[in-house]
Design a protein around this ligand. Sequence first.
Ligand code: WTA
Length: 653
Amino acid sequence: MSTGTSHGTVYPVSSELKARSLVDNERYLAMYQQSVINPEGFWREHGQRIDWFNPFTKVKKVSFDDHFVDINWFYDGTTNASYNCLDRHLETRGDQVAIIWEPDEEGEARKVTYKELHEQVCRFANALKSQGVRQGDVVAIYMPMIVEAIVAMQACSRIGAVHSVVFGGFSPEALAGRIIDSSAKVVITADEGVRGGKKVPLKENVDEALTHPGIKSIEKVIVYRHTQADIAWHEHRDVSWTDMTAIASPYCQPREMNAEDPLFILYTSGSTGKPKGVLHTTGGYLVYASMTHEYVFDYKPGEVFWCNADIGWVTGHSYVTYGPLLNGATLVMHEGLPNYPEVNRISKIIDKHNVNILYIAPTAIRALMAEGDKAVEGTSRESLRLLGTVGEPINPEAWHWYYKTMGDERCAIVDTWWQTETGAAMLTPLPGATDLKPGSATRPFFGVQPALVDNAGLLIEGEGEGNLVILDSWPGQARTVFGDHDRFIQTYFTHFKGMYTTGDGARRDKDGYYWITGRVDDVLNVSGHRMGTAEIESAMVAHKSVAEAAVVGFPHNIKGEGIYVYVTLNSGTEYSDELKSNLRQWVRKEIGPIATPDIIQWAPGLPKTRSGKIMRRILRKIASGDYDNLGDTSTLSDPTVVDHLIRDRALAS
Ligand code: WTA
């Protein structure tokens, strides 16, 4: 039952949900109060949710001062991530299925119990050690969505190595950049990945990446044979996963790690420069990932949890891998695409494995919604009881489709706002506590202190709109940018003093609910993937024909935001459709298919200020066909450029 107008509809918590859930609204409010009034006490208690080898006595030591940003949680405790994900479940649920792996083509699923996963992780951890991987070494993981990807991440954390998962859809060039930046010692890959019936040549990509002259650190490439494709083999460097694990011992002692020892690096796009290696550490991340997984999804033992994110993104870290395993869940991992071979694949997987909780991105919801009821055809989805979304703002239309068609108006929806840098969910409903408003990520999770500030950094009280900041630390927060702490400080702590800057804008309504309005910086959100405009621009200008390029986002029905590129060619180069398609290919090669421009517009000139700064505000308006409010163009060095761009807008494709 909902109340209100279609715009401001409110879906109150049902009495059934209230009764079954871990927390109702009164409890949420009480716990939230405690978590912000006495964070030390709150996290001292909830820090116990993971097993510690040496219990922590110190809870929190944090400075957000831009001269000295320093974030520590549980910092005299010792523990191990893999131990918490696996070993501690063996006695109680060793024979329970940990991973249900659903292949790309419809067929038999592979099921792996906690006991089996533990043994595979131990063997592979020993194998890594035999290849010289030691505590603190960085290991790049460039894998498809297969069980071995999780095994690889777990094995790294078991021996104290730092994993750096690189999305399997990234190009060799992008992989090389991430290897160089992290000085990874080993790459773990597979012969091929399979998505939507198409093969992805992962090993070939690694071979190509490693020809990059800047790579000095890689000693070994470990290859899992997934499709048995023919691949090139470099005897001195390539090692077979299967050969290594066959001779490895089935037990590996988990390494005792300090809470603040690095757990993983994950590259993400920013508004400037190359992608940043966001670094997460061990203790706080584990506590926060497991706690959000349990409370946000109201996870109960025995339930089947499915987050369909790729392990190459943070959602795949916290809610495919760490969160569910820490809570001893049964998780579903899907190799392929949500709409392959048919648009009802997600629904069929839900029925096949009796999935209770589904967590997907709005872009997937919109793609399914475009097919209407076909997306659920022939399925009951009776097992479902909760739906989640993440990665981008969800438009109310998509929210309602998800609620009505996928969830049969039975399942609450948790719209979770967070970021690679936040480790896990930050603004989110709790199913038994939070009345839902479609399109709003609602209220903060325990310990999270969101606020809105204007551009001068002044706090906005009550209802209002502004820059979303977080006033104090939470355990899952990123600690630094790998190898570049100054960049960490510059990016997140200098805009507004003493606060963490999210880069998002938000509105707060009269009930204190937050509505994310999107990025306020030059970061795009394309199909829920973060893309820096600067990254795409630098890929474009690396092409021999391109003199200059400016990238902006524009509204896109399925992707949320599409990529619009204005290109100025070198003089003497002909503007042609063929060149357009070459440029698209070029960006795919430089970054990966997710960065492919949707629209390219030839732009003999770009609107610039007299000091040479490109006025993206104007470019964004032209891209979205909104010519009426271009604002003040008098500061442009050549205002006629704008008229030309508007005139040529219709020719862009
Ligand atoms: C956006 C993904 C609106 C936001 C977990 C953020 C969202 C960026 C939501 C982080 C949401 C994520 N509603 N916007 N529920 N969730 N975003 O690092 O702009 O890949 O800053 O982390 O996605 O993307 P990232």
